[in-house]
Design a binder for this molecule. Structure first.
Ligand code: CP
Ligand code: NVA
Length: 313
């Protein structure tokens, strides 16, 4: 057993990548690399620590990786499936937070409203981690960039292109690129552009990092010379009523072999998963040799273990 002491993060919670500095991301990546290098070496780092998981929405990756991650580190997790009762409906979020902090050492929450996460975090003295809200998906963004970082050493100056809906996954990817100096082009149908506040705060970070941020509506032009092309579902959880309408609007924003051919030949294909083959991406692309979707999913485990250790250890 290795008893290395890891660093800490300057924030109590991880609700958004925008709370972090570039150095904090480096700390997360260094810790994730160490934990990944020997999964069985850090079995006591979170001994006797308990994680509470409150999910208003479905999950495979986030739920498994946080639970397994706690087990890897000697702790345990309790999962509360809250799909049938939105946060704040049975009792106030404030009361929930004040109960949970008496029992567990950290909370991961997956919510509709981002505000619910903020309220949870503001009302307890334990770390709250965003396991996805309608607005942001920071654990995903960190794992996406960590996966590229492993391949390229640094993402600075690389060109990422996100094609699809300007959603939670997109927002956290833009934050991460802006902090670390990767160039990011977001290409959406008109009216589905990313949140303007996310873009303006990212522009501020980009001034320091040298990242170039572009928002466009033209998939062919945007993927030219891309080092990585990213997409996500066209209708996110909570938008089930819009699936058909969105399928028509997003038809020209599918990542297929022809679109990928406009990127660099070695360009990676990225997706947070779950994916819908034939909708936002074709099978030959997501199942092809340049797809790194399962490596990203694997890294959710290592990156989130790093976040748990740095917030709780
Ligand atoms: N990418 C992701 O967060 O997957 P889940 O919704 O399965 O957790
Ligand atoms: N944008 C998707 C991401 C799922 C991991 C959603 O919110 O449903």
């Amino acid at each position: 057993m290795t008893t290395t002491s890891f660093g800490t993060l300057p924030c109590k919670d991880l609700l958004s990548i925008a709370q972090l500095g570039a150095g904090d991301i480096e700390t997360i990546f260094d810790t994730a690399s160490a934990l990944k290098a020997d999964r069985n070496a850090y079995t006591q780092v979170l001994a006797n620590k308990r994680l509470g998981m409150i999910f208003e929405k479905d999950s495979l990756r986030t739920r498994f990786t946080f639970d397994v991650g706690m087990q890897d580190l000697g702790g345990s997790a309790v999962f509360m499936d809250h799909r049938d009762a939105k946060l704040g409906s049975r009792e106030s979020i404030k009361d929930m937070a004040r109960n949970l902090e008496r029992w567990v050492h950290c909370i991961v929450a997956r919510t509709y409203k981002h505000r619910a996460l903020e309220e949870l975090a503001a009302n307890c003295n334990i770390p709250v981690i965003n396991g996805l809200s309608d607005h942001l998906h920071p654990c995903q963004g960190l794992s996406d960039i960590f996966t590229l970082h492993e391949r390229w050493g640094s993402v600075k100056g690389k060109k990422l292109v996100y094609v699809g809906d300007g959603n939670n996954t997109c927002h956290s990817l833009v934050h991460a690129c802006a902090l670390l100096g990767a160039h990011i082009t977001v290409c959406t149908p008109e009216g589905f552009e990313p949140n303007s506040r996310v873009i303006s705060e990212s522009m501020l970070m980009a001034r320091e990092s040298g990242s170039d941020i572009q928002i466009t509506n033209d998939p062919e032009k945007s993927v030219a010379n891309a080092d990585a092309v990213y997409t996500d579902v066209w209708a996110s959880m909570g938008q089930e009523d819009e699936i058909e309408e969105r399928a028509a609007i997003f038809e020209n924003y599918r990542i297929d072999e022809e679109l990928m051919a406009l990127a660099r030949p070695e360009a990676f294909f990225m997706h947070c998963l779950p994916a819908h083959r034939g909708q936002e991406v074709t099978s030959p692309v997501i199942d092809g040799p340049n797809s790194i979707v399962y490596d990203i999913a694997e890294n959710r485990l290592h990156v989130q273990k790093a976040v748990l250790v740095l917030l709780m250890g």
